[in-house]
Write a protein that binds this ligand. Structure first.
Ligand code: NAD
Length: 502
């Protein structure tokens, strides 16, 4: 990849790279420096039509492949991805502003493991056992692919989000058109290309790179798209849910988060402080499950704030290609300004910024950097506590009783993830039961694994990514009921034919 070639094709349709047919030029930026990586033409409705047509054609044969055939192709896909892992990590790092240790240690191996997982999971797709629930009939369950899936992904983990959307859909026999975020399309395109290089037929996976209101709207409302799957903000998710409802399309929504991080007074204080800093700063805080609100029981509160500040001040913010860098830049200057605006408003509302709260001095002027930021003395009902910041910002608040901790943890519209820090098994049990979130960690915060589901409660959406549970989203359940006596007159016919002999 050279520094700024123009006119790179940003669409991947029917197994080939294509230029968008719109006249809308997208600049794909390296946010850590502000430099352009590539430019290309955005997808318009005609590109969406072409991609959906390719996916529809591919569905006719892909949906009839056996699980074993799909599994073998996924294994070959893993090999293709492993062969290009370094290149993909470098591009993900440049396009996302991510420190190279994050992409080589998390984004890329995590996504490849997802491909490996769904390659094996495809062979375990099953309905419940057949049986004679009525004496005269055998009932069986068929689990069938739905058709063409229209997926829309966010920019925070471009490769992983493409993987989470594409893999369960395609493993279950569907075909897909994915619209990545228009600012981070590069690794989604490579992901689709490696699938075809592995032997997955052209048209099974298509990528349209375009803006949400244009390409996204065209995709979700397309008559040949049978299901919509979306990961992104709650605000856009609401619009997409409303559109899908109007068209009676199945929809899966993975939305925003505001994860609480609850530290009880018997917790290991060092483990909790380190967990809070890592959990808040991973991916520069642009993680829907990031630790954003730490509630710390009063006896530990002062020492916790002090230790978190100390650990945060040791985090090295710098160039994304430097292996010594702990934290890269935010995804864009526009997003950095949004984060900075929320911190400024928190200050004005009376919160205290313990460290951070500004742009680091020694980073490129056109970069989108922001310092690790620790905030205390914020009100529970303030914007910084209630709304998603999606930046390297942790707010710490004290609590006194366990009842109060659970109530505070549940006191936002979101319910994606949470953690409880305690060495008391009963407290852990209560927290995992009563905190309303799709995932509750005990004495850790962030780890995900392919075998386990990810998805929200409340305004964080519904449906699951990853794991066998995601097949529930991407398959239809069909009941097949076969009469097994051969009798012309069935018992229930008595309701119509009073005399069976007639
Ligand atoms: P966003 O909602 O702004 O955009 C997400 C995608 O939707 C992008 O591809 C965008 O182009 C598209 N889009 C925007 N407007 C649209 C419209 N009107 N119609 C159709 N598509 C449209 O989100 P973002 O800023 O890219 O990502 C950050 C958000 O994603 C955060 O809220 C974060 O919590 C959430 N997120 C959630 C999960 C999860 O699993 N729950 C995972 C990652 C990110």
């Amino acid at each position: 990849m050279t520094d700024a070639p123009t006119g790179v094709p940003l669409q991947y349709i029917a197994g080939e790279r294509r230029h968008g047919t719109s006249d809308d030029v997208l600049d794909v930026i390296e946010p850590a420096t502000g430099k352009t990586i590539v430019t290309g033409l955005a997808a318009g409705p005609e590109d969406v039509d072409a991609a959906v047509a390719a996916a529809k054609e591919a569905f006719a044969t892909w949906s009839k492949t056996t699980p074993a055939e799909r599994s073998d192709l996924f294994a070959a896909w893993v090999r293709e991805l492993n062969a290009r892992a370094d290149e993909i990590a470098e591009i993900e790092s440049r396009n996302g502003g991510k420190a190279i240790r994050l992409t080589t240690g998390f984004d890329v191996p995590g996504s490849i493991d997802n491909v490996a997982y769904f390659g094996t999971a495809a062979r375990h797709l099953e309905g419940q056992a057949s049986a004679e629930y009525s004496a005269d009939h055998t009932s069986a369950i068929r689990r069938e692919p739905i058709g063409v899936i229209g997926s829309i992904a966010p920019w925070n983990y471009p490769l992983q989000m493409a993987a989470w959307k594409i893999l369960p859909a395609v493993a279950a026999g569907n075909t897909i058109v994915l619209k990545p975020a228009e600012i981070t399309p590069l690794t989604s395109l490579i992901f689709a290309e490696t699938a075809v290089a592995a032997g997955i037929p052209a048209g099974v996976i298509n990528i349209v790179t375009g803006r949400g209101p244009v390409a996204g709207t065209a995709l979700i409302s397309h008559p040949d798209v049978a299901m919509v799957s979306f990961t992104g903000s709650t605000a856009v998710g609401k619009q997409i849910g409303a559109t899908a409802a109007g068209l009676v399309k199945r929809v899966h929504l993975e939305l925003g988060g505001k994860a609480p991080f609850v530290v009880f007074d018997d917790a290991d204080p060092e483990a909790a402080a380190r967990g809070a800093v890592a959990g808040a700063l991973i991916n520069v805080g642009q993680d829907c499950t990031a630790a954003t609100r730490a509630y710390v029981q009063r006896p530990l509160y002062d020492a916790f704030v002090e230790r978190v500040a100390e650990l945060m001040s040791g985090v090295r913010v710098g160039a994304v290609d430097d292996p010594a860098t702990d934290m890269g830049s935010l995804v864009s200057r526009a997003h950095r300004d949004k984060v900075a605006g929320m911190v400024d408003r928190a200050r004005e509302a009376g919160a205290r910024v313990v460290i951070g709260g500004s742009i680091p001095e020694a980073t490129p002027a056109d970069g989108a950097y922001y310092l690790p930021t620790l905030i205390v003395d914020a009100a529970q009902d303030s914007e910084i506590v209630q709304n998603e910041v999606f930046g390297p910002v942790l707010v710490v608040l004290p609590f006194d009783t366990d009842d109060e901790a659970i109530a505070l943890a549940n006191d936002t519209p979101f319910g994606l993830a949470a953690s409880a820090w305690t060495t008391n098994v009963y407290r852990a049990g209560r927290a995992t039961r009563e905190i309303q979130a799709g995932c509750v960690w005990v004495n850790d915060h962030i780890p995900i694994i392919s075998e386990m589901p990810h998805g929200g409660y409340k305004a964080s959406g519904f449906g699951k990514d990853m794991s066998a549970y995601s097949f529930e989203e991407y398959t239809n359940i069909k009941h097949v009921m076969t009469e097994i006596t051969g009798a012309a007159h069935k018992e229930w016919h008595d309701t119509i034919f009073a005399d069976p002999a007639e």
